[in-house]
Design a binder for this molecule. Structure first.
Ligand code: SF4
Length: 455
């Protein structure tokens, strides 16, 4: 039986996306307020929490595997709780997949984690905490809805989604979009500024839908203006997850007007063939995409453009896939994330005819990334000689020069965890912004020399 002290210790494993990371940090804040202390060692914890991901098959498998390995190592008196999207989506069924699971709390009610832990104390049968009426975004208990990652912080501006994408389970898991109050987010930006954060990464399922449910028009533009006003000393503000068709002129004006707001657009397009986009129930107006990218690049010539594609969608023909490859060669994206279509029960796409074999999907993924690597290298090579601020995040040893270290960081063109890196000669303090002249380019990463030690 863990000691009294251990039973007030928790271990949190956060899986999936940055939105889940913020929920994990929020649960940790609430546990901390109730006298629990966090530990990185599951063996030393009385409470084991896995904040799961249930978005696609590969993520589900990872979540179940992590839960099973903790359940197998669990000692008497320890409690194992599954939180997050897999818990929300499958509920009690999860207990069949993971013998030894003590509690299940849905992604929509992360704020009740302390209640669940307290109810579990001394309980024999599992506790399934999945209130039907739960909606995301309700009573946040005053926690900071952000997650610090060194000098950066993910700041959640909304949760849930009202879009009809035929392949996506998020609306099933999280429900419709709920925006957080603008004043609350602006105040959090100011708090993060005072904590020394250099980069705010705004996240939601669909950031461009911010404020719609609050009756706001162009809510994201208004929010950005409130953030740069509340946190004028945060050098970088980055917006993730823009929905095609929702990048307005006002939004572009606000981006172009404020140097703090990075000339970086992450706009998942998912495909470029009109018939496929229509089958995906995604915006299919490619003319709008071209016009908007032209507008963005005209106002911000140094714009870094990121997108995401799904290959192997049910019924995707060779010709439709070919359209996608032509499209990326034509548009010249700086960053492309691509995935093979994942069969999602309960989504409209599951019932579509023409599901493709996994090997065909994989072949197309490889072909698409090969085409994008050529684009990415060419765009990186065009940056040689330019100077960018680089946010230093760590250091790395030079492979063939043991004992020689370089600093590793990101420029405005690189979102955390998903884009490229910049390797900077010398060692520079983590968390500082260093002006760097680019001297070399690789497919995804850049190499450079410091213009001056520190900004
Ligand atoms: S916009 Fe994104 S989160 Fe929303 S349904 Fe579409 S793919 Fe899912």
């Amino acid at each position: 039986m863990p000691s009294k002290r251990a039973s007030y210790t928790f271990y949190m494993l956060s899986l999936g996306c940055a939105k889940n990371t913020v929920d994990s940090d929020s649960m940790a804040q609430l546990l901390g307020r109730s006298g629990f202390t966090g530990t990185d060692d599951p063996a030393a914890a009385g409470v084991l929490i896995v904040n799961t991901c249930g978005f696609i098959e590969v993520a589900r498998r990872e979540s179940v595997a992590e839960l099973r390995s903790l359940a197998a190592a669990k000692r008497p008196g320890q409690m194992l709780i599954a939180a997050g999207c897999l818990a929300q989506r499958y509920g009690a069924q999860l207990a069949e997949w993971v013998p030894g699971l003590d509690g299940i709390i849905g992604a929509r009610r992360w704020m009740d984690i302390v209640d669940v832990v307290q109810q579990l104390g001394g309980r024999r049968e599992p506790l399934y905490y999945l209130p039907d009426a739960a909606t995301v975004g309700a009573d946040e208990r005053g926690v900071l809805r952000a997650s610090r990652q060194g000098a950066s912080a993910y700041l959640k501006i909304a949760d849930g989604c009202r879009r009809p994408c035929a392949f996506c389970a998020i609306p099933i898991i999280k429900g419709t979009a709920v925006s957080r109050p603008l004043e609350t987010i602006a105040a959090e930006a100011a708090r993060l500024q005072d904590m020394g954060v250099k980069e705010l990464v705004l996240i939601a399922q669909d950031s461009t839908d911010y404020g719609h449910d609050l009756g706001m028009k162009d809510g994201l533009a208004a929010l950005l203006e409130a953030i740069v006003k509340a946190a004028p000393r945060v050098p970088w503000v980055r917006v993730m997850y823009a929905y095609p068709g929702c990048i307005t002129d006002r939004f572009i004006d606000v981006m172009a007007a404020h140097p703090q707001i990075l000339p970086y657009i992450d706009m998942p397009l998912q495909h470029a063939s009109r018939p496929v986009l229509l089958r995906m129930r995604r915006p299919a107006n490619l003319d709008w995409v071209y016009r908007t990218l032209d507008k963005l690049r005209a106002r911000m010539p140094d714009l870094a453009l990121r997108t995401t594609f799904i290959v192997g969608y049910p019924g995707e023909t060779e010709a439709e896939f070919g359209e996608l490859v032509d499209f990326i060669r034509d548009v010249q994206f700086d960053r492309v994330g691509a995935f093979t279509y994942s069969f999602e029960e309960g989504t409209p796409s599951a019932d579509l005819p023409g599901h493709l074999p996994e090997e065909v999907k994989q072949e197309r993924l490889d072909a698409l990334m090969e085409a994008q690597q050529a684009v990415s290298l060419a765009r990186n090579q065009a940056l040689v000689g330019r100077t960018f601020d680089v946010l230093i995040e760590g250091r790395g040893e030079v492979e063939d020069e043991p004992g020689t270290f370089v600093s590793v960081g990101r420029s405005y063109r690189d979102a955390p965890e998903i884009d490229g890196l910049v390797f900077v000669e010398g060692e520079h303090p983590v968390g500082t912004l260093v002006p760097v002249q680019i001297g070399g380019a690789m497919v995804y990463d850049l190499i450079g020399e410091p213009m001056q030690e520190e900004n």
